[in-house]
Design a protein around this ligand. Structure first.
Ligand code: MF3
Ligand code: CO
Length: 266
């Protein structure tokens, strides 16, 4: 069942989503070679609790951390660990927060300079595919219109691999609600989109094939061929004509530009 939100509920989800964005911007400001992903996770947890919220992912189906941090060939659900990050790493950070009874969910892939051209292209194309999906996330369209836009651009135009095992989702009082929002599919298929549906759109795109494998930890998803992967996610509200994007990359991009060690302007 797809739950349509009231305008007041949408504003509460916006507050949560913007706190996720602020958390990602904070992490962008401290990201550097030599820092561990566990240190980033600790900072995120502290930042979220300083802002009177709780991390949505911690203890969700037994997930043990506040964030998912997936480096290089890790696609999503990476466990933060003690390993030091290095130049050339692609660091995908996924954060969710629960505040005032509602979740917000967003993710961003950072590049620790120097980043080779093919990896820059992967990041640009993945981020662009999210924006193309959002353009289709309007009342009257169907979920499949979003899915098709993402798959068409990443897979058919750029020959990257669209991960099939994990999908975007509705959210609100629960982190995962109906509908599922796959990053692959047919135009005109799936549930009809209506005003005030809130969904997370989150393309997970591999440089190589779409196939993935799971680590022994039972969570970390990796590309089967070892190629690098990127992941961007926004929480959005469906409206007529143009979606209302509830999370924001603006402050993340500003932090990326201010941090000389990170790729920006791609
Ligand atoms: N953005 C991901 C999702 O919505 C992150 C979930 S991680 C988990 O599916 F730990 F909460 F599962
Ligand atoms: Co999500």
């Amino acid at each position: 069942m797809i739950r349509i939100k009231s305008n007041a509920e949408v504003e509460l989800i916006r507050e949560s989503a913007l706190l996720v964005s602020a958390t990602l911007a904070e992490l962008a400001s401290i990201l550097k070679p030599g820092i561990s992903t566990l240190m980033l996770d600790k900072r995120a947890e502290e930042f979220i609790s300083d802002n009177k919220a709780i991390p949505s992912f911690k203890n969700y189906r037994g997930y043990p951390f506040a964030t998912c941090i997936s480096v290089n060939d890790a696609v999503v659900h990476g466990f933060p660990n003690n390993k030091e990050l290095r130049e050339g790493d692609l660091v995908s950070i996924d954060v969710g927060v629960f505040k005032n009874g509602f979740h917000g969910d967003s993710a961003y892939t950072f590049g620790l300079l120097p980043i080779p051209e093919p990896h820059k292209l992967l990041m640009t194309v993945t981020r662009q595919s999210l924006l193309l999906g959002i353009e289709k996330a309007v009342s009257g369209n169907r979920v499949g219109d979003i899915s098709f836009a993402i798959q068409d651009f990443t897979e058919r135009k750029h020959n990257f691999g669209v991960v099939r095992e994990l999908v975007g989702h509705g959210l609100g009082k629960q982190l995962h609600e109906d509908p599922q929002v796959p990053n692959y599919g047919k135009k005109g298929s799936g549930p009809k989109l209506k005003d005030n549906m809130v969904i997370a759109i989150e393309p997970m795109i591999n440089m190589g094939t779409r196939d993935v494998i799971y680590d022994a930890d039972g969570w970390t998803v990796r590309t089967k061929d070892g190629s690098f992967s990127a992941h961007y996610e926004h929480t959005i509200c469906i409206k007529k004509g143009k979606a209302d994007v509830l999370s924001s990359f603006n402050n993340i991009i500003n932090a990326e530009k201010a941090n000389q060690l990170l790729l920006s302007d791609y």
